[in-house]
Design a protein around this ligand. Structure first.
Ligand code: COA
Length: 240
């Protein structure tokens, strides 16, 4: 319903507490003021806000929030030195992984300038084989940047492509975002190829703009706008 102040009243789909948002926020991602969850502001006439469409299921994967039980598989991924060859960070020990999981439980998709992690889990056997992170870069939450990493034993099987296609579907169809970006080291052939394969446009290369593991390195920006995503002849897979 629309109140006289042009606010839409509805209930949080998680805690069922009443909330009110301006009419122009229909479809937008918002944090519930009464509980730690987020939701999408529904159309006029809906009693309840819309849930964020997570987890995401693809033909071989499930993309879902990290959970405390993921520590072993995450540790396997994060102790591989080669994993950090083209990105920030150093291998993590067990305590660091446990601390990460503990603090991640308090992060919402709406937490500003903070990565929101999704586990990339195999449907067959349930192993966590990687992660995706989404970080909003604007206060309106319409611009997001993503990063992806896969356990080396599961690379080169098209699984990163499957996960990245699904996350673009989540961003553009589920959250109705305006623009998705990703940044990678210019020497990272695998990441560049992956981002090109999902239809992202190479926007530019920044020369020696990043100090990484003791040297200045070049970064390539990739981006995709909502209109480009929707106009693409082969759209990314359905996130549902
Ligand atoms: C980037 C990464 C996620 C790619 O994972 P992946 O599972 O190998 O990717 P996929 O199997 O889905 O392949 C996607 C495309 O990249 C290509 N590719 C993957 N690894 C490659 C490599 N080492 N060299 C050249 N091309 C490669 C694949 O051939 C495929 O392209 P194609 O369809 O034209 O054949 C993985 O290499 C990784 O986790 N790297 C470490 C973390 C990292 O650097 N992340 C940067 C994120 S921006």
């Amino acid at each position: 319903m629309i109140t006289e102040e042009n606010f839409i009243d509805f209930k949080c789909p998680h805690c069922h507490e009443p909330v009110a948002f301006p009419h122009e926020s229909i479809g937008s991602l918002q944090a519930c003021p009464s509980c730690p969850e987020s939701f999408l502001v529904p159309e006029v006439g809906s009693e309840v806000g819309n849930q964020i469409p997570l987890p995401i299921t693809t033909s071989r994967l499930v993309l879902r929030r990290l959970a405390p039980g993921d520590w072993k598989d995450l540790l396997e991924l994060m102790t591989d030195e080669e994993f950090f060859q083209y990105q920030d960070g150093v291998p993590l020990d067990e305590d660091s992984v446990l601390h990460w999981l503990e603090s991640d439980a308090h992060v919402k998709l709406t937490t500003p300038d903070h990565p929101f992690y999704l586990a990339i889990q195999l449907q067959d056997g349930g192993k966590l084989i990687g992660y995706l992170s989404l970080t909003f870069t604007d206060p309106q939450r319409l611009l997001v940047t993503f990063n992806i990493g896969l356990n080396r034993s599961f690379q080169r099987k098209g699984l990163a492509l499957e996960a990245a296609e699904a996350v673009l579907g989540f961003c553009f169809e589920g959250l109705k975002l305006h623009r998705v970006t990703s940044l990678c080291d210019s020497r990272n052939t695998a990441a560049c190829r992956l981002l090109e394969q999902v239809g992202m446009r190479r926007e530019g290369e920044f020369l020696k703009n990043k100090w990484l593991h003791g040297e200045w390195t070049n970064s390539i920006w990739y981006a995709l706008l909502a209109e480009e995503y929707h106009e693409a002849p082969t759209k990314a897979s359905d996130p549902s």
